[in-house]
Write a protein that binds this ligand. Structure first.
Ligand code: COA
Length: 162
């Protein structure tokens, strides 16, 4: 059985993330969406809120599971028998960071664990969670850039959102 991890902060999960998850889930028997607490970022949604939203979004996709973890990604990957870690590449600016992370992880992963990169669909290539939060907090519309359910939850956090 092949098993992949797609990990990130997902604060909030965007339409770009969803695209990667659906495409990744077609490539592996099982895809785990791993929500990580990044101490360097001040989150809008707690890890529990992010996990709940992702579980709801993928409740009808049987080979997608949602989990959370903290600490070193490679420790989580090695302890849970993953074959691959999926990452989305939006633009050339992502490449340098992703290359160094993949090479560092390659030193830490168990034998035969691979980092796999999927090119983000062009219609989502400009989206980032922090840009979504900035636009929404200033009253701009982010409709279509995040799932409707996430938009509703964001409305509870931002009074001005359209
Ligand atoms: N569509 C839309 N947005 C996307 C995207 C896509 N396909 N892919 C990435 N993004 C965005 C995210 O929304 C995020 O935006 P933000 O910075 O505005 O919040 C940004 O790109 C970076 O996302 P991501 O790659 O998920 O970074 P992250 O910080 O959320 O998580 C980890 C990266 C979890 C893989 C990394 O931090 C990690 O491994 N942490 C564990 C500690 C560790 O092991 N460190 C050593 C690594 S070698």
């Amino acid at each position: 059985m092949t098993k992949a991890l797609y990990s990130g902060s997902f604060d909030p999960v965007t339409s770009g993330h969803l695209d990667i998850i659906y495409r990744g889930a077609k490539m592996f028997d099982s895809l785990v969406v791993g929500v990580i607490e990044n101490p360097q970022k001040k989150p809008l949604f707690s890890v529990e809120e992010r996990v709940t939203m992702l579980k709801e979004l993928f409740k009808d996709t049987p080979n997608v599971e949602v989990d959370s973890f903290s600490g070193l990604l490679a420790d989580y990957v090695n302890a849970n028998g993953f074959n691959a870690v999926i990452r989305g590449l939006r633009a050339i600016t992502d490449f340098e960071y992703e290359l160094s992370m993949a090479q560092m992880n390659a030193c830490l992963f168990n034998k035969d664990v691979e980092s796999i990169f999927l090119m983000t669909s062009p219609k989502y290539s400009f989206i980032s969670s922090s840009m979504i939060k900035e636009v929404a907090s200033l009253g701009g519309s982010v409709s279509g850039l995040v799932p409707d359910m996430v938009l509703d939850k964001m409305k509870n956090k931002y009074i001005k959102i359209k």
